[in-house]
Design a protein around this ligand. Sequence first.
Ligand SMILES: *Cc1c(COP(=O)(O)O)cnc(C)c1O
Length: 496
Amino acid sequence: MNYQSTRDPALRATAAEAVLDGLAPDGGLYCMPSFAELLFDWKRVLDMDTQGMATEILTALLPSFTKEEMRVLVKNAYTGKFETDGLTPTVQVGDDTVLELFRGPTSAFKDVALSMLPQLMTAAREKCGVTDEILILTATSGDTGKAAMEGFCDVPGTKIIVFYPDGGVSAVQKAQMATQAGKNVCVCAVRGNFDDAQTGVKNIFAAVTEQKLLAGKGVRLSSANSINIGRLAPQVVYYFRAYADLVHEGKIRVGDKVDYVVPTGNFGDILAGYFAKEMGLPVGKLVCASNANNVLTDFLQTGRYDKNRPFYKTVSPSMDILVSSNLERLLFLLSGDASLVKKLMGELKENGVYQVPVDLQRALHELFWQGWCDDEGTKKAIGMVWREYGYLCDTHTAVAWDVAQQYKAAHPDHAPVVILSTASPYKFPAAVLEGLGHGAKGDEFDIMEQLRNETGIPVPKNLAGLRERTVRHKDVIDRGQMLDYVLNKATTKEWW
Ligand SMILES: *Cc1c(COP(=O)(O)O)cnc(C)c1O
């Protein structure tokens, strides 16, 4: 199975090349043409442990690597890094199952993929015979940046630059990034919102490719955002893990459908659920949960994507996104039509809006349901879940929780529901504490302590003691300076 650009079938790449490059040269995303060629025995993996499951799934999706090679990469990526060997535990909360994706090194679900990506990237570099240093560029709405730096920290042959929206991440997220150790890491705030940072990064890729700005410099660019297929593939695994858990607990039988509710921003997490479904897993509805930046809710309802709307800073900042990159892959897979995708993406860039054809809209309705929840509803959900079930969830998970209840109310015949939980509540302590009905006092670190006192839930190790760590990264720039910043860094040998 080869990959191709979502905008041009002639731009093909092996899985290893797709991982290495991140973005296709025409600005499209690398994607498999369809899942038809992919033969995958989904039932067989249900009895495996998580690393075994990951080995099978990743080899199927990234066939540049043999199963033996992948087994080693998976082992190196995950062994000892998460709180449990299963990586992503499931917990019964009321009638629903919560899939905890945040038990990794930086307490966000991004760890699942970003522990794996450096392994894939360095193996791909070797496979493709590339000797250039890989410079990873990443835009982050708060969680990707930290998880990516942790993953790539001091990985030989790689360097990483992370851009985040100045003032657009939580104090805890900012402190996590600004205190990052490592000789090959760099973090920079950009004046603007996440979409500005993400567009800035895409423009740098385009400029560097078109004008060959790094030719002969011994450096090449790649991405750790979910535009990189190597970021997406590892996320497919936990859909299987959760399903297998439900089977083993006797809550479902093999073959029964399960509905998954996913707090969504860049559409990477939920797209991985679609991949799982295409690989055979009996996924029922994929429920797309948004915050007040509900561009996806409207799109899935109407087939019209319109980013011309106010941008809200919410208490679930990792979902404050109006341009969801991975939707492009879904449109490509559902239509099989790269020229249509190219046209729609052109309209999005030009006018900020596009309308999909009716048959595509129908296919979307089959697969997805959608809902959203504002900040007030988010905090209410946090308080309710804590009081009713003694379960403390973060703001993003609370959005999904609320939308899950909306979904069930609208579909009395729904399948068992799995809610994806994407971050530790201690990453967003102020809003969580308010949700519990307490006023927050002091800075976010005092509030973390206050939250621990109120709930007795332990603070994850990587977040406790954050306040004492030295701030190493202080750069703040304008959007227009991003390209120069990268070119300057790219040609500087020693960063520290
Ligand atoms: C990134 C993130 C999301 C959104 O995931 P996408 O793949 O961008 O849709 C949701 N919650 C948290 C906590 C995140 O960090």
